[in-house]
Design a protein around this ligand. Sequence first.
Ligand SMILES: Cc1cc2nc3c(=O)[nH]c(=O)nc-3n(C[C@H](O)[C@H](O)[C@H](O)COP(=O)(O)OP(=O)(O)OC[C@H]3O[C@@H](n4cnc5c(N)ncnc54)[C@H](O)[C@@H]3O)c2cc1C
Length: 367
Amino acid sequence: MSRIVIIGAGIVGLSVARAALKRGHDVIVLEQGPAPNPQAASFDNHRMIRYPYGSAAGYTRMVTEAFSAWDRLWSDLGTAHFENTGAIAISLEAGDYAQKTLDTFKAVGLPHEVLSRDGVEALCPHLSLPAHAWGVVSFPGGPLFAGRIVTELAQWVRDHGGIIEHDCRVARVDLETGIAVRADASEVAGDLLLVAAGAWLPALLPERYGKASVYRQGLCYVEPPAQYEQSWREAPAIAAIGDHTGYTLPDRRGAGLKIGYSAHRRLARPETDGFGSDLESESRAILGAFKPYFRDFEAYRPTRIQVGYYVLDASRRFEVVQTGRGLVVTNCDGQMFKFGPLLGERILGMFAGEQSASDLAHWAAGY
Ligand SMILES: Cc1cc2nc3c(=O)[nH]c(=O)nc-3n(C[C@H](O)[C@H](O)[C@H](O)COP(=O)(O)OP(=O)(O)OC[C@H]3O[C@@H](n4cnc5c(N)ncnc54)[C@H](O)[C@@H]3O)c2cc1C
């Protein structure tokens, strides 16, 4: 039996904690806020899991593995916090995200359906698309109810003997020796020290990650016009409209309809820029991108902005780096939630010698 020390009670840290407990290890999770922390990237009403992934064939294939890992989590929790609405990518021009997705689906042999513009509008009557638009739909896909997942996962970890120290900020780490130093200067040593600090990683390890690009992203919850409430609820999650007009998550299980615009993000740091938002201006910036495509656009009523932060590297590849007893997970981008439980299992597989750290890093990078 080994001792696994984990910094961060987001989806990555908690998934590693669960995988470690299932293999009989001692687990200590150190979390600077409440556990789970509503400011963590992992905390929102929903996050999307979907096959449409542009030209990223490795990550497209990984989604199948991810669904199996979620199924194992659902059986531990006794509930599936997921709705299989399907996910659609909508093409507006040659070579865009949907086109790349379709090419990838064909290359990896993934089942899908291609819809004409009229077919997309029949499925999504709240959309009004140009005549040349088309869509590609795949199942399974849809909302993972993120806040409920991390809340129940944290409870599962506690119920199975894991220790979660909340309101416990780690001030320093020594990756080589696996030692984490709490803000009160007390130390805890792990045979494996997992750093899953999300957007706070540059603050924790400034020498190594001080220059990492941390982005702030706001997502907008909206009430749609009454005549489209039901169609929004029943439609697939939208993974992309064209190349730059973001994504939507349907209002299932009371989670609300949420709209994201991928270009609406900026370099910022959670510890200095905070979590505030001006609903009027920020909702305008997010929703404005959808004006050409939402029927009765003016009738949408923004209700709140959810602010989150993540590290995004130009490679768009997750990074899992081993140094001595330390393992750092970063570059989680706006993408890691769906892979959290799978990554947790893989990390413990690596720790047990089933896979080398370099093979794990290669796999996590989506090759
Ligand atoms: C707006 C937004 C939309 C997204 N949409 C999707 C999506 O649709 N689908 C998808 O798959 N992914 C999505 N993502 C990405 C996904 O949410 C993240 O990649 C994932 O949640 C990262 O998990 P994590 O555990 O690494 O980090 P986090 O969830 O951020 O957890 C890190 C934890 O570490 C704690 N911590 C940090 N520093 C310290 C310290 N020094 N001491 C103690 N504790 C510390 C923090 O308090 C936090 O709780 C989105 C992200 C954002 C922000």
